[in-house]
Design a protein. Structure first.
Length: 376
């Protein structure tokens, strides 16, 4: 099983596609080390994220606690405080680090509302590489405002020996957004297709399967069904900063319990989890979040190897490209059936704006703004 732990909703970026920074948590109410001790050993993949996890003053202690429990530990960061990750990389060079980078300097700083963000991220990741970091990379949310730069971003990461992870616009309760709608779905999908081809042409096997993950992102962008069944609640659990456990990080109705007041086994054996799994099996949200995409792509019994469907797709299209052919995206996606949005809300940029932040309290109802989540 994979676990995603949201250590905080505090964030020092001001992203256009995520408003968690406008709704920070109180540091005193965030998930504690004692609560995190309840996570069992043997977790396949555990992601420490936020908000911005480097804003936790006890991040080193959290890593010391969690590192032995997970086969792979990732810290997902905006990269603005890279120096706070240096002692962690010195001690645990195999920890996976991903910095959010949305494109060239101007594009990144605009989308993420970060003054000098690009320079800090790039220099920070290069520094972690100097310190011996083994699994370093960037992550990008592919959208209208940066789709034309994703191939160059991939080449830039590859040049420096970094990985590139990708996602796309989603609505989710943790983002405090329900209006993340593409402006031009075909435009974004076409550039994703270029990225897929670029990834498959290389010799990095991980990138071959990232290419398949990006095929799922194309389906999401076009408003079509998931290319693989979702296994949220079975292969992935989501823990928010108040220690509440969810089967999914898109639907706020799939809360399973509280790790603060319950044990791990009590949550996994409660009637809530079977009810949530039943809802997920009939879910129509068609999301393709990285967490549930990765778990869906695995073999159901042997999690270290890919499932049959992704493996066949990768082998077939890799050989096809090697022989001078092209990927027939029309075979996998219906370009004649692109979702037509009834209303498009253009995203705001906050680089030069001061916006009020409304602190969320543990005593108040959460995620009220995102009870209605778009499924396309």
């Amino acid at each position: 099983m994979d676990v995603c732990v949201i250590l905080t909703y505090r964030c020092n970026s001001k992203c256009s596609m995520c408003y968690v920074w406008q709704n920070p948590t109180k540091a005193s109410e965030e998930v504690t080390l004692d609560t995190l001790k309840k996570i069992p050993s043997g977790i396949c993949y555990l992601n420490l994220t936020g908000g911005e996890p480097t804003l936790r003053q006890d991040l080193m202690e959290v890593v010391d606690l969690i590192y032995p429990k997970a086969m792979t530990l990732e810290i997902s960061s905006n990269g603005l405080n890279a120096e706070r990750l240096e002692p962690i990389i010195r001690k645990y060079p195999n920890i996976k680090i991903r910095f959010s980078l949305e494109g060239c300097e101007e594009t990144n700083n605009k989308i993420r509302g970060e003054k000098d963000g690009y320079r800090k991220k790039v220099n920070g990741l290069l520094r972690l590489k100097e310190l011996g970091g083994k699994d370093l990379g960037f992550s990008a949310v592919i959208q209208d405002d940066n789709a034309g730069e994703v191939v160059e971003l991939f080449r830039f990461a590859k040049k420096h020996g970094f990985e590139l992870a990708t996602s796309t616009l989603h609505n989710g309760f943790q983002f405090h957004k329900n209006d993340n709608v593409p402006y031009n779905r075909l435009y974004i999908a076409s550039h994703m297709g270029n990225l897929i081809t670029e990834m498959l042409k290389g010799f990095n096997i991980k990138n071959w399967f990232r290419a398949y993950l990006n095929l799922g992102l194309m389906a999401k962008v076009l408003g079509q069904k998931r290319i693989l069944k979702c296994t949220a609640g079975t292969d992935l659990l989501f823990i928010d900063p108040w220690s509440d456990v969810y089967a999914c990080n898109v639907r706020p109705d799939l809360k399973l319990g509280s790790l603060k007041s319950q044990s791990w086994d009590e949550i996994l054996q409660s009637p809530n989890i079977e009810e949530a799994r039943n809802k997920i099996s009939n879910c129509s949200h068609n999301c393709w979040m990285v967490g549930t995409a990765k778990t869906a792509m695995r073999h159901p019994r042997y999690h270290k190897i890919p499932g049959v469907v992704p493996l066949k797709w990768v082998v077939y299209n890799k050989i096809k490209l090697m022989l001078g052919g092209k990927i027939n995206f029309e075979h996998y996606l219906d370009y004649k059936n692109v979702y037509e949005d009834k209303q498009i809300v253009f995203r705001r940029f906050f680089l030069d704006e001061k916006v009020e932040r409304t602190v969320q309290s543990a005593d108040e109802p959460h995620y009220q703004k995102c009870r209605e989540v778009s499924n396309k």
